[in-house]
Design a binder for this molecule. Structure first.
Ligand code: DP6
Length: 408
């Protein structure tokens, strides 16, 4: 495409970033698959964007012929129904604002086609869900471009991917299941900000995974159809767990928070086994990590470390700052890595620690060399942000991806 100066001036462009979130009360199962309405509420912690984030640039211009999207450097099909829902919803909100005359931005652009370019700063191979940060970033960036301010933004992101609605806020976030048929009250809301519990630290243990597992969308569909345990969970277990989880977070009660987090992860994976045919997300390495955490906590007679697992074998560990160095050393000891130093522990620095012979003996596990590929060390972080510096736009003045956006 050859653009004249005039064409370039008609180009509006916005770049934003959005975080990943990890649930401690899991979302699993939809009551409405089109609107993505869940059968239970859920609660997550937003991870810091210094370690894990999606960056998205969206441009609109009257000269664009069609909506287009590039993900991690590759052009993808814009007709994806979930993508279309998000685009349509934001355009609808923008028109509504224009019609009510309270928009501050140039709303004529809402009828223009968009070019979307999005990259993650973490490898897809790490097996971390990128749909949450991806759709949150898409919806937030669109809202900035079209001047949409709405408490309903999380309902739009939800229609991209359920868990994405929680990535619109930082810190501790709940997604209330809501009651309405149209899903307007199925929204995310912040429980506490990212600065509420500064001692809380998070580790992602990336294990050596062989094959790709069943995706969450189809997995939870089969669970809804076949698991009786899932119904019990949604009706009986989660409502009281949500209340308790919010309480223990507000009290910064780590042992109670950790225990509830592990129980909820275990119940989610029990439901996967109760699904017919069963779904296996945990592998041998995940099971070893679970044992290690329980042996470690047993040694101290209190819950110092907690695990949670999503639709894959990687563990997410929650612990407090004070216990972090020793636990990382425990992981190094029982999963002797192939690489050392910063190659093994990426992200926020972790001090070194000595392990007592007694602790090693008490844990009493055979070491598994190279069982964990690397660790990402992080903490709770803020919600989506606008990137002001135009040098960071992923699209050039011609509206096409810059070379740097091809691989990040
Ligand atoms: C296990 O949000 O990826 O991570 O709504 O179909 O896109 P869709 O599913 P998705 O499911 C996430 C499931 C989970 C638990 C959680 O994040 O709450």
């Amino acid at each position: 495409m050859n653009m004249t100066e005039n064409d370039k001036q008609s180009l509006s462009m916005v770049t934003c970033t959005a975080p990943v979130n990890i649930a401690v009360i899991k979302y699993w199962g939809k009551r409405d698959e089109d609107l993505i309405l869940p059968i239970n509420s859920s609660l997550s912690i937003t991870l810091h964007q210094d370690q894990l984030k999606t960056t998205t640039t969206i441009a609109c211009s009257r000269n664009f012929q069609q909506d287009r999207i590039w993900l991690n450097g590759k052009e993808e099909d814009i007709s994806n129904p979930r993508l279309q829902s998000c685009l349509q919803e934001i355009r609808r909100f923008s028109r509504k604002r224009r019609n009510s005359g309270d928009s501050t931005s140039d709303v004529s652009s809402v009828s223009h086609k968009v070019h979307i370019c999005s990259v993650n700063n973490f490898p897809t191979a790490a097996g971390l869900a990128s749909s949450a940060s991806g759709y949150a970033c898409l919806v937030y960036t669109l809202s900035q471009l079209f001047g949409v301010e709405s408490e309903q933004l999380s309902a739009v992101a939800r229609q991209g991917s359920g868990s994405a609605c929680r990535s619109l806020y930082g810190g501790f976030v709940q997604w209330k299941l809501g009651e309405q048929l149209d899903g307007k009250d199925s929204l995310a809301e912040q429980v506490e900000s990212e600065s509420f519990w500064p001692e809380l630290r998070i580790l992602i243990l990336v294990v050596s995974a062989e094959q790709k597992s069943v995706g969450s969308t189809s997995g939870m569909h089969t669970s809804v159809e076949t698991s009786q345990l899932l119904k019990y969970r949604a009706d009986v277990v989660v409502p009281s767990r949500m209340e308790k989880m919010i309480r223990v977070i507000r009290e910064r009660d780590f042992p109670a928070f950790g225990e509830l987090t592990m129980k909820d992860s275990n119940q989610f994976h029990a439901i996967c086994l109760d699904t017919y045919p069963p779904i296996f997300y945990l592998n041998n390495m995940s099971h070893r990590i679970i044992s290690l955490v329980h042996h470690y906590n047993q040694y101290y007679g209190e819950t110092r470390v907690a695990y949670t697992f999503d639709a894959g074998p990687n563990a997410v560990i929650y612990t407090l700052q004070d216990h972090l160095p020793e636990f990382v050393q425990v992981v190094r000891h029982f999963f002797p890595p192939e690489v050392n130093g910063e190659e093994f522990v990426k992200g926020l620095p972790v001090c070194s620690a000595d392990l007592s012979e007694e602790l090693k003996r008490d844990i009493n596990m055979e070491p598994t060399p190279k069982g964990i590929r690397y660790i990402i060390s992080t903490k709770a972080g803020p919600g989506p942000c606008v990137v002001k510096d135009p040098n960071h736009h992923l699209l050039g003045a011609d509206g096409l991806p810059k070379k740097s956006a091809i691989s990040d």
